[in-house]
Design a protein around this ligand. Structure first.
Ligand SMILES: Nc1nc2c(ncn2[C@@H]2O[C@H](COP(=O)(O)OP(=O)(O)OP(=O)(O)O)[C@@H](O)[C@H]2O)c(=O)[nH]1
Ligand SMILES: [Mg+2]
Ligand SMILES: [Zn+2]
Length: 321
């Protein structure tokens, strides 16, 4: 096999890596669009630039080493190892990085638009799989009184299930400010990523709790306006005002179809099913068609939500072995 790199290229890369460890400035990727990036420096300044192509795709939250380039622009020379990465498939099925180095995921839901509970469960599993802590942020509670009966019933039913699962739920309203102090307390000292449908209020929330989210330079890179509506097109990390921590705004996602890698992530998201499974006749019961299966009995008796059980089985099947 022929080596892809010539000896001269290898030498060049080795030299660059060696010098990189000596005098690179530390930074964090704040947002990007195409190859254009904004990096936060150690002193909190925001600088624009590009990354060496050899680094591959960078994403919001990446810790990097950079050098000053021409015209106030920087060149990112080094990518530090990531603690975790949140990935989602794009419309062409290609895997895209959404953000890295996250320890909390805020699953933002609202009465309008209302997200299907199976997708919320998938997002909880994906969060636990990172691993990071999930919190359900129920925004627009000011609209609850006018939500249609079907949405309200589904919402109440879902809230009941999540409460029983000990998933943290924070009801808030960006419009009225309800629940915002409680949310700020949850955000302190964490890097939190917001995930939710387009239009649930993620960017509105970022603007109401961080002054950085109204920075024009960031908006120019991370936003897309169409017919008077602003939609977020790339993830952006904002620093919290007056406290350590970060909040990542992201484009709306309709589904979270990334298979979980760890069975424990699935089990932690469905402790009710795990509890029931202790009563199955066979310890390795797959709750498919085994006799004396306590889980299937609970579904038949309407004690376990059939939709929730189907979603659990689907997540288990999708997991790569
Ligand atoms: N009634 C009500 N409306 C809200 C609230 N929060 C946000 N909105 C409205 O919801 C709409 C969408 O808000 P955005 O913040 O752009 O939503 P987003 O989640 O960032 O959407 P994408 O960027 O497309 O993913 C805007 O018209 C907001 O004014 C709230 O608490 N109550
Ligand atoms: Mg947005
Ligand atoms: Zn069983």
């Amino acid at each position: 096999m022929k080596s892809r790199l010539t000896d001269r290229q290898k030498h060049h890369i080795a030299t660059r890596q060696a010098s990189a460890e000596l005098d690179l400035e530390p930074g964090v990727v704040v947002t990007h669009h195409g190859t254009e990036l904004i990096v936060e420096t150690a002193t909190g300044a925001l600088l624009r630039g590009k990354a060496r192509r050899t680094l591959g795709a960078l994403t919001t939250g990446d810790r990097v080493g950079w050098l000053a380039g021409e015209d106030d622009r920087i060149v990112i020379e080094q990518l530090h190892p990531r603690i975790n990465t949140l990935i989602r498939p794009d419309t062409h099925g290609k895997q895209r990085l959404m953000a890295s180095n996250i320890d909390q995921v805020l699953i933002v839901v609202s009465p309008r638009p209302w997200m299907n509970p199976s997708v919320i469960e998938r997002t909880i599993v994906a969060t636990l799989d990172l691993p990071a802590e999930p919190i359900i942020l129920l925004n627009k509670i000011d609209l609850l009184d006018t939500a249609d009966t079907a949405t309200r019933r589904e919402l109440e039913h879902s809230l009941e299930i999540w409460r029983a699962q000990r998933i943290k739920i924070l009801p808030i309203s960006v419009k009225t400010g309800a629940g915002i102090p409680e949310l700020r307390a949850e955000l302190a000292d964490h890097t939190s990523m917001m995930i939710g449908l387009s239009g649930v209020g993620k960017t509105s929330l970022a603007r109401s709790i961080t002054s950085q989210a109204s920075t024009a330079a960031i908006q120019a890179l991370s936003e897309h306006s169409q017919e008077g509506q602003h939609t977020t097109r790339s993830s952006t990390l904002y620093r919290l005002d007056d406290m350590p921590g970060g909040l990542i705004d992201a484009p709306g996602v309709r589904d979270f179809a990334v298979a979980a890698q760890n069975q424990q992530a699935i089990d932690r998201a469905f402790p009710d099913i795990l509890d029931l499974a202790a009563g199955c006749r066979f310890a390795n019961c797959s709750h498919d068609q085994e006799p004396e299966c306590a889980v299937l009995e609970a579904v038949a008796a309407h004690e376990l939500d059939a939709r929730r059980f189907d979603n659990y089985q689907t997540l288990k099947r999708e997991r790569p072995r």
